[in-house]
Design a protein around this ligand. Structure first.
Ligand SMILES: Nc1nc2c(c(=O)[nH]1)N[C@H]1C(S)=C(S)[C@@H](COP(=O)(O)OP(=O)(O)OC[C@H]3O[C@@H](n4cnc5c(=O)[nH]c(N)nc54)[C@H](O)[C@@H]3O)O[C@H]1N2
Ligand SMILES: Nc1nc2c(c(=O)[nH]1)N[C@H]1C(S)=C(S)[C@@H](COP(=O)(O)OP(=O)(O)OC[C@H]3O[C@@H](n4cnc5c(=O)[nH]c(N)nc54)[C@H](O)[C@@H]3O)O[C@H]1N2
Ligand code: SF4
Ligand SMILES: [Mo]
Length: 712
């Protein structure tokens, strides 16, 4: 029997594609993008197009296993390691052992000695954050501050416009001027690309601002390589030109912004000549960029999280977010700015899903302490606070993605740390697990799916039965809770009941959307409250800030006094990052390292699949370096190099390919155990946090490079 199931891709990607899965006799035989979905438009990215390879990989974790040998990378690095390292156990034994150990830990050290660690393995609403949160809240476990990706930029955007809303992808087709600012659209957000192509066919222009010449930059009309970490200076410089030349929209500014006069005063310091020195972009180009951006109408900015992965990333995003507020481009279809659109994700009834009140009724009787996930190394090595004695990892691969890798590993190696990992594959992190549990893929469970790159809500149907003994995150945490004896009714709720609860939110965006309707129609666009479309416009385009902002005063906060509480300029300013070429006169490590995402992996997901590896072949194990920097070190193209700083070192192959400017080098993120000498880029990155919301500084990282030659 053959049928087609409507699902939604839950990977940590803004596109949240509508997916059609063909199932024959219980086996998925085909995956394709839904041609009817207005953003997916019938195609999938290269990695998910190969998803059957992932679901049916012989390397899947399919059964619970217990470690028999000391922790650390095993001899069989990738596959379903058996025999000497792992012993297959039943679910019953696994649940018994885990609950016994957790009770023991809580009894001896207090429940806060237990740390859940999860991030973006799935962004499915239920499997990302619902039953798991209920379980850990009731247990009294430490709370995890999930900062590793987007908290800095999110807070910065909110500091200006009040809410994480922005231009929907469908409107980019109407834009005349598109700035991709630290946004690798072609690699990381490919469903925006056709809309940009459409805009360009109608004379629109694409400008890319990125220190790395991405695929997107290669296709651009104008590529501006920028010195990493200097974006705030560029945005302030652009505003200096725009305001000095009277190119701002005075009427919109007067009506809809607060603090313009102070901003105008502040940006006077940021003359094109000064900004050129920081950014490496010439004064003429800064002036031209400002003029073109302010006069081409509509103009839109796609700023992505690349900009905020550095020490002053918050101020960078804040400064960029002011640009459409002063040009008034928020009122135009095809104008505005997109960072991430957490419309639905935030508006669902989160409390009903996560039940934070269980923290009060649990053993602590209060909210538990909070640990910043970007400082896992410190948490595990007990640098601060009471010890972590048990670590429960799901939806994440911290042994590869967390900064200061060597110290993370030192922590994970602790024999007294009890670690459970719920996974689809034997990742870097399972190498340090005491117990590994099998997780379903999105083919194998039902979900509710939001998106941070468009305004559609979807239901993802289950296509096939779970493979092996895999369980979804929801089912895993339900079983653990019941075995712990937690008897709150929340632990017995079915998936459908949880979806219903989530949708019963009071938010007007979710009005008229319920499960039955979603099941029938597969996806539904959120309803925007009044003010959602352009003044006088008859179309249904979402214009979130055409008639005012989501702040208390309804105005964009060009001055925001709450920033004083975190010692930041309440308007905006540029300070070079501490770990940067600007601040270290006698630089011990002169090169800025960009440990970037691979175009064809998703963080470290997919990097172990041969068919996907083939897509990344050209830059595998590569250290991309400029010709002058290579020559100055006597490094030839293709030669082995060592990259190092105080935190660690890495062996890669030099690639002199024009991707980076002098002073910058780049390498790809992937599993450490699949990298040369078992080390990935995060051996070099630090636990230093950003200026807002405690984010990581992956892209503020200085290194030195040398050739490695066999001794003659
Ligand atoms: N194919 C693929 N798609 C993905 C992902 C993936 O790993 N692979 N990851 C997903 C995730 S988790 C996220 S958060 C999004 C991220 O989407 P993006 O934010 O686009 O991700 P990054 O690749 O981190 O950063 C984008 C660009 O910022 C540049 N950059 C680095 N430092 C600076 C700087 O100081 N200034 C400027 N202007 N640019 C800078 C980088 O060179 C990079 O090209 O993508 C999602 N989509
Ligand atoms: N150097 C450097 N480091 C980075 C970044 C960078 O650009 N450079 N990017 C950062 C960013 S933006 C992010 S978002 C983080 C990402 O960090 P993570 O969210 O940890 O991302 P992944 O490495 O993709 O690991 C996700 C894991 O979840 C598993 N998984 C998938 N679905 C499920 C499920 O349903 N249940 C369970 N239990 N597991 C599942 C996958 O198999 C995968 O191993 O990394 C950060 N680290
Ligand atoms: S990873 Fe992104 S682009 Fe690829 S299928 Fe999933 S949502 Fe679409
Ligand atoms: Mo991310």
């Amino acid at each position: 029997m053959k049928r087609v199931v409507h699902a939604a891709c839950p990977h940590d990607c803004p596109d949240a594609c509508a997916v059609l899965i063909t199932v024959e006799d219980g086996r998925a035989t085909k995956i394709q993008g839904d041609p009817e979905h207005p953003v997916t438009r019938g195609f999938l990215c290269a990695k998910v197009a190969k998803y059957l390879d992932r679901v049916y990989s012989p390397e899947r974790v399919l059964y619970p296993t217990r470690r028999l040998r000391p922790k650390g990378p095993s001899a069989a690095p990738v596959g379903p390691a058996t025999g000497s390292v792992w012993q297959r156990i039943s679910w019953d034994e696994a649940i018994e052992e885990i609950t016994t150990r957790l009770k023991h830990t809580a009894g001896e050290f207090g429940p806060e000695a237990i740390l859940p660690y999860s991030y973006g393995g799935t962004l499915g609403v239920l499997n990302n954050a619902s039953m798991d949160r209920r379980f850990f809240h009731r247990l009294g476990a430490s709370q995890l501050d999930r900062t590793i990706c987007a908290s800095t930029g999110g807070e910065a955007l909110i500091s200006v416009v009040g809410r994480k809303l922005g231009t929907e992808p469908e409107q980019f087709r109407h834009s005349r001027y598109i700035i991709a600012w630290g946004a690798n659209i072609h690699g990381n957000n490919v469903h925006l690309w056709p809309f940009i192509e459409e805009a360009r066919r109608h004379g629109g222009k694409l400008v890319v601002i990125d220190p790395y010449k991405t695929r997107t930059a290669k296709c651009a009309d104008w590529y501006l390589p920028i010195v990493p970490g200097t974006d705030a200076a560029l945005a302030l410089g652009m505003m200096q030109v725009i305001i000095a030349e009277g190119l701002h929209d005075a009427e919109y500014v007067a009506q809809h912004t607060y603090g313009f006069d102070e901003l105008a005063e502040r940006v006077r310091e940021y003359t094109p000549e000064r900004v050129a020195q920081w950014t490496g972009i010439s004064a003429e180009d800064i002036v031209r960029l400002a003029r073109e951006y302010a006069t081409a109408r509509p103009a839109v900015i796609r700023v992505n999280y690349g900009v905020q992965r550095s020490e002053r990333g918050g101020m960078a995003v804040r400064s960029i977010a002011m640009l459409p507020c002063i040009t008034g481009s928020w009122k135009e279809v095809g104008g505005g700015l997109q960072l991430s659109l957490s419309g639905a994700a935030k508006n669902l009834d989160r409390d009903a899903l996560e039940m934070p009140e269980l923290m009060n009724s649990g053993p602590l009787g209060r909210p538990a302490r909070v640990i910043n996930m970007s400082q896992l190394a410190s948490a595990l090595n007990q640098v601060t606070g009471p010890p972590v004695k048990a670590l429960f990892v799901y939806n994440s691969n911290p042994a590869a993605v967390a900064p200061d890798h060597n110290n993370v590993i030192r922590g994970l190696m602790r024999p007294d740390l009890f670690t459970v990992v719920h996974e689809q594959f034997f990742t870097d992190t399972t190498d340090y697990a005491d117990i590994v549990l099998p997780a379903t893929t999105f083919f194998e469970h039902k979900e509710l799916q939001t998106s941070y790159g468009h305004y559609y809500l979807q239901i993802s149907d289950q296509a096939i039965a779970p493979l092996g003994e895999a369980k979804s995150n929801v089912e895993l945490f339900r079983e653990l809770a019941l075995r712990m004896g937690f008897d709150e009714p929340g632990f017995r709720e079915s998936v459908d009941q949880m979806i219903d609860k989530a949708l019963m939110s009071a938010d007007p965006m979710l009005k008229e959307i319920d499960r039955a309707k979603l099941e029938k129609e597969h996806w539904i666009k959120l309803k925007f409250p009044s003010g959602g479309s352009a003044p006088g416009s008859k179309c249904e385009d979402v214009l979130p800030f055409a008639r005012g902002f989501a702040t208390a005063s309804g105005k964009a906060l060009l001055r925001n006094d709450s920033l004083l509480q975190i010692n930041l300029d309440p308007v905006a300013s540029f300070t070079p990052p501490e770990e940067s070429r600007h601040t270290t006169a006698a630089r011990k490590y002169p090169l800025e390292m960009l440990g970037r995402k691979a175009d064809n992996f998703l963080n470290t997901t997919f990097c172990n699949l041969e068919s996907v590896q083939a897509l990344e072949e050209s830059t595998r194990e590569a250290l991309e370096i400029s010709r002058p920097d290579a020559e100055a070190r006597g490094i030839g193209d293709g030669e082995q190099v060592r990259v190092w700083n105080d935190r660690g070192s890495l062996f890669l192959r030099a690639q002199v390919n024009g991707a980076v400017q002098p002073g910058v080098v780049a390498a790809r993120l992937g599993w450490a155990k699949l990298s040369p000498n078992g080390a990935n880029v995060n051996v070099l990155t630090s636990e230093r946090l950003t200026d807002m919301a405690g984010g990581p500084t992956f892209y503020s990282c200085l290194v030195e490079v040398e050739a490695v030659r066999p001794k003659s």
